[in-house]
Design a protein around this ligand. Structure first.
Ligand SMILES: Cc1ncc(C[n+]2csc(CCOP(=O)(O)OP(=O)(O)O)c2C)c(N)n1
Ligand SMILES: [Mg+2]
Length: 382
């Protein structure tokens, strides 16, 4: 994909494929027979859809980063480098809007989860601008839309786990074959509510998937400062929930692991967990990138920078046997790359047009100040 010198992490600006990592990516696709089976169910259109989702996610981040630099907004929470954890998982679900599965993203997954569940990108961007025509009417940047199967993020980390249990409980009580899915950051696992959520889901055998998104950092605290074991492998056993490890920078691995987890939940077996190891390539938000760079060694940024989930997937698709062209004769790699370039142009146009529309809303559709107390609930002091 095109790289953006002013907004991308430097490791992405100078990104070039690492042959060893590309080979590893391809090997991983067939390493686990169950996951390989799920990946094989993807048609070439399914692969391109995943690719489109990853691009949307990165390009929405680019728009937000640009708006910060231009002074349109004060800051933005980005998922750069972690797109596969969100996009792979969401694409594995039943996305029939309000009749299908439900997701509860955290701020790191919010943009990707929303647009891949069907919330228009313009709505997401409007949320950042607090316009009246944004999904929550300009009241909160924690955006979601129940009509699309997205419960908005809750600012207090881990609180969403217990709320998503409510969705899962409703599905179970109504005997609907639907699942809930939520992401819990490595930092959020240290909040008591995460444990309430895991225990409750296990005890009531709820159809919910918890993705522990281990990006190795919580705000400015490295995971090795807040978590003693090297990973979260034993956490599933602690709650009696089966846990799979997945590569958070490998969109197909995330897709397959989530498909298996969803199948397990849908069959009435109770909750499932996935630990997705990844790395936050930016700051907690756009305001603390410098601090984030000081939190980890440059080598670690380089190591994870080489694992750009979009670059890796692109190279895999280009070199694979998967025909993205619909049967065009000739050099398949060349044609696959041309197809991906076309998709990229389409996504660029989609995101840019959404950004323009959102900026128009900012001029025309800010909420009326008389509505400030609308949907605000408070006890009146006696
Ligand atoms: C209960 C609670 N405590 C503290 C905060 C402030 N806070 C916001 S994000 C964050 C770090 C979250 O880290 P993690 O769960 O690893 O998610 P990440 O930001 O890495 O995606 C903290 C401490 C909060 N929002 N809620
Ligand atoms: Mg984290």
């Amino acid at each position: 994909m095109r790289r953006y010198a002013a907004y991308d992490p430097p490791e992405y600006v100078s990104w070039s494929p690492d042959a060893g990592l590309i080979q590893e990516f391809a090997e991983q696709v067939s390493a686990c027979p169950e996951r390989a089976r799920e990946i094989r169910t993807l048609s070439s259109a399914g692969h391109l859809d995943l690719y489109r989702g990853l691009l949307r996610s990165r390009l929405v981040d680019i728009v937000l980063a640009r708006w910060v630099k231009q002074g349109v907004i004060a800051k933005a929470w980005l998922g750069t480098g972690e797109e596969a954890v969100t996009i792979g998982a969401v694409h594995a679900l039943d996305r029939r809007a309000a009749d299908g599965d439900f997701v509860g993203p955290m701020i790191r997954n919010s943009n990707g989860a929303n647009h891949e569940m069907g919330v228009p990108i313009v709505g997401l961007l409007r949320s950042y601008l607090a316009t009246e025509d944004s999904p929550l009417g300009g009241r909160d940047v924690h955006v979601g839309d129940l009509r699309c199967g997205v419960c908005p993020p809750i600012s207090m980390v881990a609180a969403l786990g217990t709320v998503m249990n409510g969705f899962a409980l409703a599905f179970r009580v109504r005997k609907e074959p639907r699942v809930a899915l939520t992401w819990v950051g490595d930092g959020a696992t240290k909040n008591g509510e995460a444990h309430e959520a895991f225990s409750f889901a296990a005890a009531l055998s709820l159809p919910i998937i918890f993705i522990i998104q281990n990006n190795q950092v919580a705000l400015g605290t490295r995971s090795n400062q807040h978590h003693v074991p090297p990973d979260f492998q034993d956490w599933g056993r602690a709650y009696g929930i089966p846990l799979q490890s997945a590569d958070g920078n490998h969109v197909l691995d995330m897709y397959a692991a989530t498909r298996l987890a969803a199948e397990y939940c849908r069959a009435g077996n109770g909750p499932a967990m996935i630990e997705a190891k990844t790395f936050r390539m930016g700051g907690h938000a756009t305001h603390d990138v410098k601090e984030a760079r000081a939190t980890f060694s440059p080598d670690l940024f380089q190591e994870w920078g080489r694992r750009d989930p979009i670059g890796l997937y692109e190279e895999f698709l280009a070199g694979s046997e998967i025909d993205l062209t619909g049967g065009v004769e000739g050099d398949m790699e060349l044609h696959n790359r041309a197809t991906m370039a076309k998709v990229e142009s389409e996504v660029e146009a989609e995101v840019e047009s959404a950004a323009e529309k959102a900026l128009v809303s900012r001029e025309m559709n800010m909420p009326d100040s008389d509505t400030i107390a609308l949907n605000v609930y408070a006890m009146e002091a006696k």
